[in-house]
Design a protein. Structure first.
Length: 801
């Protein structure tokens, strides 16, 4: 790091993050004036009002304009995601957030204006009417099979959101816009296209009023966005005039010139492209899952041109990339208490995808791929995330550089397989992209595959497989809520193994069908409540189509996914049942059910037997095939369930940190786990401490799971720092990764951290402020994780090569 970056990084060390109400206030002002407009136009005008009026500032030494909130490090209280009650605010203040007394008082006044009338409360009300009044679905919503469990019919899961960013839209949407549209054409082209559509408007189509409002909204938002950039230009000029240091004054003058030009016009230099990208990125936030897509691909022409013409050096490019990481660290989000546990450690998933192949299938690695990794190593901060696409011709040099980054202790990059992820988009005859289109895929969220500008996912839900299996074992009864949730499948103590397995799978299908109904209700409600002309315009033919991206069908339709959490626990447990009860006949199902209901208390010897059975992750085909059965069941069932967007529900298998709250609602399980204990992390990671045969055995087990049908899978591994000392060590691990990812694997990520350091950090957090670990698709400061997630990371098996 140079001196500027060192100073900017040291400024990241703050103890409290400010909660802001300015965006909430501006939303209130706008919505009071637009009651007669359609929701699409109301939100477009609201967006413009925020861009025209939100407080802007430029921090010392910054080279990129735009901060995402009205205060440094700020989180804007989001008007649309529900009101923040005093109880919820006090909970935030007791953690790492702060709010001024004046802002807190104003927040409660604004709450009165929006109480029962936020987009989220309308969403909850709509869902509540459909779910809460249905005797079949309402018990399911409370059961914890889908997270978080609903508290009541009107309150949903509880809590609101506070986030950074200048945009609108569903907060957890998995989408990557086509950044090249703005970088290479500019916003004025979008405005001109919308005006041309309005000029040629004919009222001859059933949806023409919606399209008219959309095109008017494009003009409103993109013109406001240009004014917003010009506000920054004015501020830069003002600061330059006041600046005593000549070098800094020159920087501010250049920043003013750039903001006068982009995003209105196409970028021509790398610095211009960086500023245009950053303005665009901030307009796609406050979603915590905003993806930068294939950054090293669309930014490379600007880099190459500037390098060839002597306008920039690699050192200057590196500085801008490091500033980008520091600015990402200042974008944050927090949710209500009910949701915070499943996103531990200030989780966010701003994912930069590098490497991979081009449209012709050739390796696409370039100089920017390496510079992005250098920036991550130098700054040593957990955001933004970097993910490397790996294929059979990925250069060994890139694998070594990426693993040097992992070895530095920041838990990134993750590694994802090109072959399996490309196959995801082309495998279905009735729902697919061309091979050339599919090759442009990137990670949205942590590991969820989408193609920039072409596909998007609106709703992603967690399905807790062990809880569903427990409901099956109890004949449809949920021990968590003490009521019937599933269907009665019969007395499991009187079944053969084949009957038991079929009954469990049948119950899971039944519960997944209800999960799909819940998802479809949310999809219908959200597309009417959260239109976003900005992101929609940056999708393929976005302005031409004239529809919100959540109200149109795409060539590959993956509008919703259902994520399997804890399938490894379920598979391990069913294997133990098969061996100990049906083959060895050491115990009976009646004894097992009594032990589970007693949380193994009084059955400790029996618990040890079930816990000591062979487990997934040790290259034992019989165990691995049973895990694969659960994943095949999940995929096949998802693909049989209709999505209201068309096509089907798509399968996913990630956990973020949902294995903690998922475990909290799940009683004792047949793998020997106690009730309430955390579940296996990720989706293809072995359960904690059960992978005893080394990393190669873990990869071999995971390769037996058919992953191509999944939008994303996730595998965590942990190495002791001594395991990756030499370049030969890195090459050896790189070879393992490439073998796995070119033979059906989808994802793997690593922690290289000393267990003793983590244990000390639990006791003395003040001594380890920069200890970073990989959780599940994101990296986080260890000391900001919940104690349960800290313990789960510590308990992951240390591997050697």
């Amino acid at each position: 790091m140079n001196e500027r970056i060192t100073r900017m990084k040291s400024a990241l060390r703050i103890s409290k993050y400010p909660l802001c109400v300015e965006m909430f206030r501006l939303a209130n002002e706008s919505l009071e004036q637009t009651a007669e407009d359609s929701m699409l136009l109301r939100r477009a005008k609201l967006h413009a009002h925020i861009l025209d009026n939100i407080t802007i500032f430029i921090e010392p030494e910054d080279l990129l304009c735009g901060s995402g909130a009205s205060k440094p490090f700020g989180l804007e209280m989001q008007y649309e995601y529900g009101v923040w009650t005093p109880d919820e605010v006090e909970s935030l203040k007791s953690e790492i957030y702060t709010i001024t007394p004046e802002d807190e008082a104003e927040l409660y006044r604004l709450n009165e204006r929006f109480a029962g009338n936020t987009a989220n409360s309308n969403l909850v009300e709509t869902m509540g009417k459909s779910l809460g009044q249905n005797e079949r679905l309402w018990p399911f919503m409370k059961s914890g099979v889908i997270l978080p469990p609903w508290k009541d019919r009107r309150g949903g899961s509880g809590g609101g959101f506070a986030m950074s960013g200048y945009g609108l839209g569903p907060g957890f949407a998995l989408v990557c816009v086509d950044y090249s549209k703005i970088l290479n054409q500019g916003a004025n082209v979008m405005i001109a296209e919308a005006k041309e559509q309005l000029k040629n408007l004919r009222y001859e189509q059933p949806d023409i009023l919606e399209k008219r409002d959309f095109w008017e909204g494009v003009v409103i938002v993109f013109e406001a966005w240009i004014r917003f950039a010009h506000r920054y230009a004015d501020l830069c000029e003002q600061l330059a005039a006041e600046e005593k240091d000549a070098k800094r004054a020159a920087e501010l003058t250049e920043m003013a010139r750039i903001c006068r030009k982009v995003p209105a016009e196409p970028a021509e230099t790398f610095w211009e492209a960086m500023q245009s990208f950053w303005f665009t990125f901030l307009m796609c936030c406050p979603s915590p899952t905003t993806s930068a897509g294939r950054f090293d691909q669309y930014m490379y022409p600007f880099y190459k041109k500037d390098i060839e013409e002597g306008r920039i050096t690699d050192e200057e490019v590196l500085e801008l990339l490091e500033i980008l990481r520091i600015k990402n660290m200042k974008l944050n989000r927090v949710s209500g208490k009910a949701n915070r546990a499943k996103n531990s450690g200030m989780a966010k998933w701003y994912n930069w995808t590098i490497g991979g192949v081009d449209a012709q299938g050739n390796d696409a690695t370039n100089e920017l791929s390496y510079l992005l990794l250098d920036a991550a190593i130098d700054t040593h901060v957990p955001h933004h995330t970097i993910t490397v696409r790996v294929h059979k011709n990925t250069p060994e040099k890139l694998m070594v550089k990426a693993l040097e980054c992992v070895r530095s202790g920041i838990g990134m990059p993750a590694f994802v397989g090109d072959e399996s992820n490309i196959e995801f988009f082309i495998r279905q005859p009735s729902n697919h992209l061309t091979l050339e289109e599919a090759r442009d895929w990137c990670c949205t969220g942590c590991v969820d595959a989408n193609v920039p500008g072409i596909t998007r996912t609106q709703v992603a839900c967690f399905f807790i497989v062990p809880q569903a299996m427990d409901i099956a074992l109890h004949n449809g009864f949920c021990r968590y809520t003490k009521e019937m949730v599933g269907k009665a499948i019969g007395d499991v103590t009187k079944m053969s193994y084949e009957q038991l397995e079929n009954a469990i799978f049948d119950e899971i299908r039944y519960l997944m069908r209800m999960a799909n109904e819940r998802i479809n209700i949310e999809l219908i409600a959200e597309r009417n409540l959260f239109p976003d002309v900005f992101r929609s315009s940056l999708m393929r033919d976005g302005v031409k189509v004239g529809k919100d991206m959540y109200n149109r069908r795409f060539d590959f339709e993956n509008g919703a996914v259902l994520g399997a959490v804890g399938a490894v626990n379920a598979g391990n447990g069913l294997y133990a049942i098969k061996k100990l009860i049906f083959e060895q006949k050491k115990y009976t199902m009646k004894e097992l059910m009594a032990a589970l209901d007693a949380d193994w208390v009084g059955y400790e010897a029996m618990q040890k037997d079930f816990r000591d059975q062979p487990k997934y992750g040790n290259n034992i085909p019989e165990v691995d095939e049973l895990i694969n059965k659960f994943y095949q069941l999940h995929a096949d069932t998802c693909l049989s369930l209709p999505c209201v967007y068309g096509a089907s529900l798509e399968p996913n298998a990630i956990s973020i940190s949902a294995h903690q709250p998922g475990g909290a609602v799940t009683g004792a399980t047949p793998d020997g786990r106690k009730g309430g204990a955390i579940l296996a992390d990720a989706s293809l990671s072995p359960d904690h401490g059960t992978d005893v045969r080394g990393p190669l055995a873990v990869f071999q087990s995971a390769m037996r799971v058919q992953q191509a049908a999944y939008q994303g899978t996730l595998m965590n591994m942990k190495f002791h720092p001594t395991a990756l000392k030499t370049e030969d060590d890195l090459k050896k691990l790189g070879g393992m990764i490439k073998t796995y990812l070119t033979h059906g694997g989808k994802h793997v990520q690593f922690n290289v951290v000393n267990k003793e350091e983590m244990l000390d950090a639990k006791v003395h957090p003040e001594d380890h402020p920069e200890l970073i670990v990989r959780v599940a698709g994101y990296s986080a400061y260890f000391t900001r994780l919940t104690p349960t997630v800290q313990d789960e990371v510590i308990d992951r098996m240390d591997h050697d090569l």
